[in-house]
Write a protein of this length. Sequence first.
Length: 184
Amino acid sequence: MRKFDCKIPMSLIADTHGAEIAEAAAVLPLMFMILLGIFWFGQAFSIYGAISRAAADGARAGSLPYCATCTGINTITQYTANAVAMVQNDLIASKLDPNLVEYPSPILNFAACPWVQSSTGCNSGASNVCVQMPVLLENGNAGTGLCGISVSFQYPFQFWLPFTTLSKQRIYIKASAQVPRPNR
């Protein structure tokens, strides 16, 4: 039986000495930046999903005629309080600080429902959640449409990507949802 000698020529070893270290030094910082970018954009996308869900839940809660401590007919203030409370509860459940919520910029522009005396400005009370109701959501034939509620706000997010223009830059992630009022 013949034994193979696996000897690498010395000239080949001398040619590649240190090349791996130089390649790693060039590639690893770029790879690290890509991984950090994936992480921070993933965080931003997670926050976007949470605040979008909070806005949708707030709009649904504000469209329902429910107030546990109220007597008689619910007012716009009570519907607004229901919407804001649901947004805040969803943000807390998502481990986001409801105190960081800000008015959307610009505020969404809706037409007022023609058959209801209303204002399309933000009704929010002490929070920074913009609740607009009753507003015209869809324009049908001859000025008819669905009357409903709109909930919108923005939430700050700060990236950390060293050596880029995004490093420690604050952006605002916006969320809005509209729900038609149920027929009574």
